[in-house]
Ligand binder design. Structure first.
Ligand SMILES: C[S@@+](CC[C@H](N)C(=O)[O-])C[C@H]1O[C@@H](n2cnc3c(N)ncnc32)[C@H](O)[C@@H]1O
Length: 385
């Protein structure tokens, strides 16, 4: 079975890297096919845990807009005929909508094709005695049940079009060479990334990264549900919130007492959302200088955004020096092979800091913030001595 993903195009490498990291950490055996920028098919998924894995991707990914079960893969000339062969009873339970998304600037009359495909669903009928072929049963039509968009059409089943709030969402994706017909069984929780924006949290302090980037960094750190995640420069708690959303146990620390308290306030606030399962027993936050941090248990992953020495406090340390001291001391708190996903500014010679330490660089992504700052996301792994 296959999934089709519509990914964010706000960054050129992070959406795909995040997807690969989640497939890896969740042990989802599959192959990735890149159709075009922002469009990916995940193939060779095992039938038995297909929906469990589908749900996992929906629950974790930040830089993906939509994930659908792939129903049909064809081209424009064959679309209508093949669309008629789909057993829509598997996907549509009451009302539905067909929506088209175009990639590669494909020229299609989107509203007309949406109406035509919607009409084909409305007029679809299963003739079980006819060797499994699906025919329109013109003799058995309910003439009163006429779709708003197709006043002249006839309906032979119980499906109805619902443009605003459909139970079943059929996504048709048109790329340069192919058309994909897909069904959205699970929706990504876009509301969370809106609800939890830094300025909407009860404790706000400038400099907190976007919740999407924070979630992506958590994913790049290969943290699993139930594992222990540390953010030693936790600030207002943005990274910890995202770690909590994927079910990690959390430890935060900050040199600033106010920040430590703010993180606690924000974690408590997030746990009030009905979709959030973070409980008070899932997190601990300390007011401590990371260079003195000696945890009683080693963590599975560290995800962090240390101060760059511009707008955030560096605890009296020179610009950049804090990265060196942090990397030297954090090793003690990490399990062997634990991952560290860290944000740092482009002007910092991060590789030479790593030189004499027991870390291996795995991947790196660049995010242009403004003219004079590019934020680098490095994923590194503690290596066995
Ligand atoms: C860029 S902010 C972190 C922002 C955070 N990701 C958020 O969502 O708000 C860096 C934080 O590191 C803290 N900090 C600076 N030096 C520290 C140190 N030596 N040990 C622990 N925390 C430190 C600052 O107080 C600040 O809150």
């Amino acid at each position: 079975m296959e999934l089709i993903l519509i990914q964010s195009q706000e960054h050129d490498t992070l959406p795909l890297a995040e997807l690969k990291a989640v497939l890896e950490v969740e042990n989802i055996d599959s192959k990735i096919e890149i159709i075009t920028e922002g469009l990916v098919v995940v193939k060779s998924l095992n039938n038995n845990d297909f929906y469990k894995n589908y749900k996992t991707l929906v629950n974790r990914l930040a830089y993906t807009h939509e994930i659908h079960e792939l129903v049909l893969r064809t081209n424009l000339s064959k679309l209508e005929n093949e669309f008629k062969t789909v057993n829509w009873d598997n996907y549509i339970f009451s009302d539905f909508v067909v929506r088209i998304k175009r990639f590669d600037k494909v020229e299609i009359d989107t509203p007309a094709l949406e109406r035509r495909l919607g009409h084909l669903v409305l007029t679809y009928n299963i003739d079980k005695d006819n060797n499994g072929k699906y025919n329109i049963d013109e003799d058995n039509i309910d003439k009163d049940n006429i779709d708003e968009n197709n006043k002249n059409s006839v309906i032979t089943n119980d499906f109805k079009v619902n443009l605003k709030n459909p139970n079943s969402f059929i996504r048709v994706v048109a790329s340069k060479d192919e058309i994909f017909v897909a069904y959205e069984k699970f929706k990504l929780n876009k509301k969370h990334f809106q609800d939890i924006k830094p300025h909407k949290r009860p404790f706000f302090y400038p400099g907190s990264m976007s919740p999407k980037l924070a979630r992506c960094m958590v994913n790049l750190s290969r943290t699993k549900k139930g594992e222990l995640l540390l953010d030693p420069f936790c600030g207002t708690g943005g990274i910890l919130l995202e770690g909590g959303m994927i079910g990690a146990k959390l430890i935060g620390c900050d040199i600033n007492w106010n920040m430590k308290n703010g993180t606690l306030i924000n974690l408590k606030h997030c746990s009030n959302f009905d979709y959030c399962e973070i409980e008070e027993s899932d997190y601990e936050v300390y007011n401590i200088d990371v260079r003195e941090l000696k945890l009683y248990k080693k963590v599975d992953a560290v995800v962090t955004d240390p101060p760059y020495g511009i707008s955030t406090s560096t605890g009296g340390t020179k610009k950049g020096e804090i990265f060196h001291q942090f990397l030297e001391s954090i090793d003690y708190n990490m399990k062997e092979n634990a991952y560290l996903c860290i944000a740092h500014p482009h002007y910092l010679d991060f590789d030479s800091i790593l030189d004499n330490l027991d870390f291996e660089l795995l991947e790196r992504h660049r995010i242009k913030m403004h003219k004079s700052l590019t934020r680098i996301i490095s994923v590194i792994k503690k290596i066995n001595k």
